[in-house]
Write a protein that binds this ligand. Structure first.
Ligand SMILES: O=C(CO)[C@@H](O)[C@H](O)COP(=O)(O)O
Length: 260
């Protein structure tokens, strides 16, 4: 299992709650100001959902927008999710654009382990994305090769139902397998379902509409992680239940939190 620092901004170990606005939902006419407002509100990561119109039916944006986000927010983690066929062909481009993390769909490539290694060799933290139809068992052999698992609550680009309960079960299973992993949840995440996802063991909340539609982004960020199990006095049982070997502590830090 990798326990080293992959790149300065994405580290492994005792995880903490992080809010990652999904840049695709920003107002592109005011992108710099929108992203700066997110970081000022306490968002430590920015989530860039790249969709190629093939693996994901919609087209979102590419490396120039990622580079713009990097420029607007030089100290923020730029977390790229490649909704692209053959992600191996995109790694160099997004690493050069300034990505700190690149996640990909295992189904989008014939050689997922090689893609994870290519991302790491580029100095970027690798991650895998689990669509609603992707089982944890099917990605288990890859888990030791990545620093992030993104659990989708929706089918990217398709709309349709939100698979919250299935996502909660996947998060619990992933947390049991990798106590130090960044486990991200994505797709319709809001203040109502965030507590359940955090209790299950997720620590990165990707939120698009919830953040970008809000006038008071700081209040939304605070509300999203208000019941995070890392906070003293809150119920940390669920996180402890999935924190790895017997006797190990909760995966959640006690006191590192954007609004603490
Ligand atoms: O890439 C995707 C979905 O395909 C996500 O990153 C969404 O764009 C998140 O936005 P909300 O569903 O939270 O509004």
């Amino acid at each position: 299992m990798s326990t080293t620092i992959t790149k300065q901004r994405v580290t492994l170990g005792r995880v903490r709650p992080i809010v990652a606005p999904s840049v695709a939902k920003a107002n592109f006419l005011a992108l710099g100001a929108e992203l700066e407002a997110c970081t000022a509100a306490g968002c430590e990561w920015l989530h860039c959902s790249v969709q190629d119109g093939v693996f994901v039916p919609k087209v979102s944006f590419g490396a120039p927008v990622v580079a713009a986000a990097r420029k607007a927010c030089p100290d923020t983690v730029i977390d790229v999710k490649l909704g692209c066929i053959d992600p191996e062909n995109r790694v160099a481009e997004f690493a050069a654009a300034g990505a700190d993390a690149i996640s990909f769909h295992p189904e989008a490539t014939k050689q997922p382990a090689a893609v994870a290694q290519r991302i790491r060799d580029a100095g970027v933290a690798p991650g895998i994305v689990l669509n609603p139809g992707t089982a944890v068992a099917s990605v288990a052999p890859l888990l030791d090769m990545v620093d992030i698992a993104v659990v989708m609550l929706v089918s990217p680009g398709h709309g349709g139902p939100k698979y919250t309960e299935q996502a909660v079960e996947k998060v619990k299973a992933l947390r049991a397998l990798r106590p130090d992993l960044h486990i991200s949840v994505d797709g319709g995440v809001n203040e109502k379902i965030a507590p359940e996802l955090l209790r299950a063991g997720a620590n990165v909340l990707v939120a698009g509409g919830a953040i970008f539609k809000a006038d008071d982004k700081k209040a939304v960020v605070a509300e999203l992680i208000r019941n995070a199990p890392h906070k003293r006095g809150n119920d940390i049982q669920a996180a402890d239940d999935h924190s790895g070997p017997a006797g190990s502590a909760s995966a959640f830090e006690d006191d590192a939190c954007p609004d603490a």
